[in-house]
Design a protein around this ligand. Structure first.
Ligand code: GPQ
Length: 842
C-alpha cells in the first residue's frame, strides 16, 4: 500500500500545478474516484487494486463522454450500422488499451508515479475478459477495435458469460487442471448496465395454427421466458473521438423471486426461475473449432441472437416505423461462424410473425442484411442440430427452417441443370435439413447451409481458406452463387499487438519513420525495409528484442525459479492445443534435438545454437488427446531442463494459462514462432500476424495466412516446409504405405519405451501417429517430420548470423502492414457491408 504522506504531498503538489504536463488534474481526479468509487479517503492506505479501480473509473468517464457523443452523432446522421454477432469476444484487459487509445497515458503515469506506482503494476490488477476460446474470439475483439478506429458505425453483440474461458493450471504431475474464471467477482468497471434495455426471449413449448384476420398463422406458445439485459462495453478508437460499443446480454428471470413458494416453505422453488435463467449465460463452452452439440449451447446461441435482433428492430421502428424495406439500408449483420446462424430463422420470425410482413418480402429483407463468415475447414466443425432438439427448444424456428428449406429445394429443382437423377442427388446434398450420415434415423439442421442460403455474402478468412470454402466445403453452393463468395484475410489491431504491448519497439519505429502515423496506417511500416540492412539500426532493433527477452526471462524465473540465458533463441508456439496445429510435432523435434545434444562432446554442444522453447495453450476439457500432448510437453521439459548435459543448450517450458495478457508479454520477446499446422487445415491463424508485427521469424507450413505473410515478408525470409493442401487427400489415402523416417521411429520408440515416464498415458499418443494404416496420423506428422527437422536446421544456421537474422526480423515488421485489422474491416465495409466511416466532432 501507499505511504499516506506521499498522497498528501502529491495532491498538494498537484494543486500547485507543479508536476509535468496535465498531472495537475489527474491526481485530484484519481483521489476523487478513491473517495466516490473505492470508498476510501485519500489519506487511507491505498492498495494497487484501489488505484486500479480509481484509474478505471476515471478512464471510464472519458469513454462514456465520447461514447455518448459518438452515438448522438450516428443517430443524428441515421448511419447504417454493422452488427457483429459473435458467441465470443476475447477482449483481454481494457485499462491500458483505453488509456493509450484516449491518449491519457502521460497524465495518469505521472499521477501514479507520484504515488509510487507505475501503469504496469496497476494494470496487472485487472483480470482478462476471456469471453472467447481462441482465434475466433480474439478476431472479434480486434474487429471492434478497428471499427472504432476507422469511425465505422457498428456494434458487437454477444453474451456476458459469468464465467469465461477456464483458467488453466498444471497439477503436480504436469497435467492440465481447469479452474473457473471468476472475472466478474470483483466487479467490472468497464461495463454500463442499461437497466431500461431488456427483451423477452422465449424457449420451448409448441406452435398452434390459428386464424388471424382471415389468415392461417402459426402461433408460438413457449414454456420458458427470460429477460435479456443489456450491458454496454465502450470501445475506443485511437486518435479519433469515436467510441464504439460491445453490447453483451445477461439473462434474468422474468419473476425474480417466487415469494409464494418461499412463504409455503419451498425455498428451492422460490429461486428456481432465477437459477434457470442464470444458467443460460453461466459459462462459455471451452470448445475451439469443434461444436459442443449440447442443448444449452443452442439456448445460448438463440438467446443472444434473439435479444440482439429485437434490439436492432426496436431502434429501427422508433426511427422508420414500418418502412421495413429500408431495414437492409440501415442494418447489416455479420455472423461469426455458425454459432449465431439461428439469426436466419429469427429474422424471419420477427418480420413475418411479429411484424406481419409477407414471407417473400421478409425473405428479401433478411437475405440482404445477413452475412456469414466461415472460420474452419474441418467438416465436423460445421454445426448441425438434430431436428428433434431444434423442434423442442425452438418449435417455431424449426417450422421456419422447414419453410426456408422447401423454398430452397423448389428453387434447386427448377434451376439445376442435369437429369432428374442428377438433380435429386444434388438436392439431397444441398438440403438444409438432411439425414445424419452416422445415424440414418436422425435428421439434422445444417446451420452452415442455412447461413449460406440465407446470407448476402459468405467469406473465408485467408486466401487459401476462401479457396477451400469455394472449391470444397461449399462448392455446390459456389457453383450456383459464385458472386456470394469472398475472401477477407484476417488482421489484428496494431494498437494492442504492437504499439501498446511493445512500446520499446514502437518507440524505435516511430523514431525511425519520423512519425507515429504507422499506428493508424500500418502500411507505413514498409518504410522500415530500407533500414533492414543498416548495421546501426539493426543493433538498436536487437537491443529492443533483448530487453523484451529479459523481461520474459524474469517472468519465467519468478514462476519456475530457473535462470534463462537471454542470448539463447526464444522459440515459441502458443495457440489452442489441437492435433491439427501439431504441437506434438514441435515436441518430437525438441526430443530429437535433445538426443543430438546428448551425443555431442562438450565442445560440440558449445558450438550449437542454444534454444529456450516455450509452448502454451489450453486443451478443451473433453479433448483427451490434447491433454496428453500437454502432459508430453511437461514430461519432456522436466527431463531436458534438469539434465546437466543439456540444460544450458535446450529448455522446454509449458507456459500455463495462455491468454491475451500472456500473449502481450510473450510475442514481443519471441525470436522464432511456430505455425506448423498440416497444409490446408488452419483457416488463417492470427497469432502468426502478431508475431510478424513484432519482428519474430516464422517457421511454418504453407497454410492459412502464413502464405500471405510469406508473400509480404519475402518468402526467402520465412522457414517454410511441409506438404501442401492439395496433396493431403492423396497422402492420407497412401498412409498405409508411407515409409516413416528412421528418426521418427526412434523417437516413437523412446516415448513408448518410457524415456519420459508415464508410458501408459502416452501410448494413445504414440499409437495415433505411428500405426501405418489409413485413417491414422490424420494430420500427417510422420509425413512432415523430416522436412520439419531440415527447416529447423536452417533456422539454426541463420541464427548463427545475427545480422542476417536481424535483417529478416526487420523485414517481418516491415511486411506486416497488410495484416492490420483496419485493412480487413475496410474491406468488409466496402465489399460486404456497404458502410462508410462517420466521424463525430471532437
Ligand atoms: N477458429 Cl470455427 C476458432 O478460433 N474457433 C472456432 O470455433 C473456429 C475457428 C479460428 C481458426 O481456427 C483460425 O485459423 C482463424 O485464424 C480464427 O478462427 C479467426 O478466423
Amino acid at each position: 500500500s501507499v505511504i499516506v504522506q506521499n498522497i498528501a504531498e502529491a495532491e498538494r503538489v498537484g494543486k500547485k500545478g507543479k508536476p509535468v504536463k496535465d498531472t495537475a488534474s489527474a491526481l485530484p481526479e484519481l483521489m476523487s474516484k478513491v473517495r466516490s468509487v473505492v470508498g476510501k479517503s485519500a489519506t487511507s492506505d491505498l492498495t494497487a487494486r484501489d488505484l486500479y479501480n480509481a484509474l478505471a473509473y476515471s478512464t471510464r468517464d472519458g469513454l462514456i463522454e465520447r461514447f455518448n457523443k459518438t452515438h448522438e452523432h450516428w443517430a443524428a446522421k441515421d448511419s447504417k450500422f454493422v452488427y457483429y454477432l459473435s458467441a465470443e469476444f476475447l477482449m483481454g484487459r481494457t485499462l491500458t488499451n483505453a488509456v493509450y487509445n484516449l491518449g491519457m497515458e502521460g497524465k495518469y503515469a505521472e499521477a501514479l508515479r507520484s504515488l509510487g506506482y507505475d501503469m504496469e503494476t496497476i494494470q496487472e490488477q485487472e483480470r482478462d475478459a476471456s469471453l472467447g476460446n481462441g482465434g475466433l474470439g480474439r478476431l472479434a475483439a480486434c474487429f471492434l477495435d478497428s471499427m472504432a478506429n476507422i469511425d465505422l458505425p457498428g456494434w458487437g453483440y454477444g453474451i456476458r458469460y459469468k464465467y469465461g474461458m477456464f483458467k488453466q493450471a498444471l497439477d503436480k504431475g504436469g497435467y492440465q487442471k481447469e479452474l473457473p474464471d471468476i472475472w466478474l467477482t470483483d466487479g467490472n468497471p468497464w461495463e454500463v448496465k442499461r437497466s431500461e434495455i431488456k427483451y423477452e426471449v422465449c424457449f420451448g413449448g409448441r406452435t398452434e395454427k390459428k386464424t388471424v384476420n382471415g389468415k392461417e398463422v402459426s402461433v408460438w406458445e413457449p414454456n420458458q421466458r427470460v429477460y435479456a439485459q443489456a450491458y454496454d462495453n465502450p470501445i475506443p478508437g485511437f486518435q479519433t473521438p469515436t467510441v464504439g460499443n460491445l453490447r453483451l446480454w445477461d439473462a434474468l428471470p422474468v419473476t425474480e423471486f417466487d415469494l409464494a413458494a418461499f412463504n409455503a416453505g419451498d425455498y428451492d422453488k422460490s429461486m428456481l426461475e432465477k437459477e434457470k435463467a442464470e444458467c443460460i449465460v453461466a459459462v462459455l463452452y471451452p470448445n475451439d473449432a469443434t461444436p459442443e452439440g449440447k442443448e444449452l449451447r443452442l439456448k445460448q446461441q438463440y438467446f443472444f441472437v434473439a435479444a440482439s435482433m429485437q434490439d436492432v428492430l426496436t431502434r429501427f421502428k422508433a426511427k422508420h416505423g414500418s418502412k421495413w424495406d429500408l431495414l437492409p439500408t440501415k442494418a447489416v449483420f455479420q455472423m461469426n461462424d455458425t454459432h449465431p446462424t439461428i439469426a436466419v430463422a429469427e429474422a424471419m420470425r420477427l418480420l413475418v410473425d411479429v411484424e406481419g410482413l409477407p414471407w417473400e418480402q421478409a425473405w428479401s429483407i433478411s437475405s440482404k442484411m445477413l452475412n456469414y463468415t466461415n472460420h474452419t475447414v474441418m467438416p465436423e466443425a460445421l454445426e448441425k442440430w438434430p431436428v428433434k432438439v431444434m423442434a423442442k427448444m425452438l418449435p417455431r424456428h424449426m417450422e421456419i427452417i422447414e419453410i426456408i428449406n422447401e423454398g430452397w429445394i423448389q428453387w434447386l429443382q427448377s434451376n439445376l441443370p442435369g437429369t432428374a437423377a442428377e438433380k435429386a442427388a444434388k438436392v439431397a446434398a444441398m438440403s438444409i435439413v438432411h439425414e445424419n450420415q452416422w445415424n440414418k434415423d436422425e435428421l439434422l439442421v445444417n446451420m452452415a447451409y442455412l447461413a449460406v442460403v440465407g446470407s448476402a455474402h459468405v467469406n473465408g478468412v485467408a486466401a487459401i481458406h476462401s479457396d477451400i470454402v469455394k472449391n470444397e466445403i461449399f462448392n455446390d453452393f459456389y457453383k450456383i452463387f459464385p458472386n456470394k463468395f469472398q475472401n477477407k484475410t484476417n488482421g489484428v489491431t496494431p494498437r494492442r499487438w504492437l504499439a501498446w504491448c511493445n512500446p520499446e519497439l514502437a518507440t524505435l519505429i516511430t523514431k525511425t519513420l519520423g512519425s507515429d502515423a504507422w499506428i493508424n496506417n500500418a502500411e507505413l511500416l514498409s518504410g522500415l525495409r530500407k533500414f533492414a540492412s543498416d548495421k546501426n539500426f539493426q543493433s538498436q532493433w536487437r537491443a529492443v528484442k533483448q530487453q523484451r527477452k529479459a523481461k520474459l526471462a524474469a517472468m519465467i524465473k519468478s514462476q519456475t525459479g530457473d535462470d534463462i540465458d537471454i542470448n539463447n533463441m526464444f522459440d515459441i508456439q502458443v495457440k489452442r492445443i489441437h492435433e491439427y496445429k501439431r504441437q506434438y510435432m514441435n515436441v518430437l523435434g525438441i526430443i530429437w534435438r535433445y538426443k543430438q545434444l546428448k551425443k555431442m562432446t562438450p565442445a560440440e554442444r558449445k558450438a550449437s545454437v542454444p534454444r529456450v522453447c516455450m509452448i502454451g495453450g489450453k486443451a478443451a476439457s473433453a479433448y483427451d488427446m490434447a491433454k496428453r500432448i500437454i502432459r508430453l510437453v511437461t514430461a519432456v521439459g522436466a527431463k531436458i531442463n534438469n539434465d546437466p548435459d543439456t540444460k544450458d543448450y535446450l529448455r522446454l517450458y509449458f507456459l500455463p494459462d495462455y491468454n491475451v495478457s500472456l500473449a502481450e508479454a510473450l510475442i514481443p520477446a519471441a525470436e522464432l514462432s511456430q505455425h506448423i499446422s498440416t497444409g490446408g487445415t488452419e483457416a488463417s491463424g492470427t497469432s502468426n500476424m502478431k508475431f510478424q508485427m513484432n519482428g519474430c521469424l516464422i517457421i511454418g507450413t504453407w497454410d492459412g495466412a502464413n502464405i500471405e505473410i510469406a508473400e509480404e515478408t519475402g518468402v526467402e525470409n520465412v522457414f517454410v516446409f511441409g506438404v501442401r493442401a492439395e496433396e493431403i487427400n492423396q497422402l492420407r489415402k497412401e498412409r498405409a504405405n508411407y515409409k516413416t523416417d528412421p528418426r521418427f521411429n526412434e523417437i516413437m520408440n523412446d516415448i513408448a519405451g518410457g524415456m519420459f515416464g508415464d508410458k501408459e498415458y502416452f501410448k494413445p499418443l504414440v499409437d495415433s501417429i505411428s500405426n501405418m494404416k489409413v485413417g491414422n496420423d490424420w494430420f500427417l506428422v510422420a509425413n512432415d517430420f523430416a522436412a520439419y527437422l531440415d527447416a529447423q536446421e536452417e533456422v539454426d544456421k541463420v541464427y548463427k548470423d545475427p545480422e542476417e537474422w536481424t535483417r529478416r526480423s526487420i523485414m517481418y515488421t516491415a511486411g506486416s502492414g497488410k495484416f492490420s485489422s483496419d485493412r480487413t474491416i475496410r474491406e468488409y465495409a466496402e465489399d460486404i457491408w456497404d458502410i462508410k466511416p462517420e466521424r463525430p466532432l471532437a
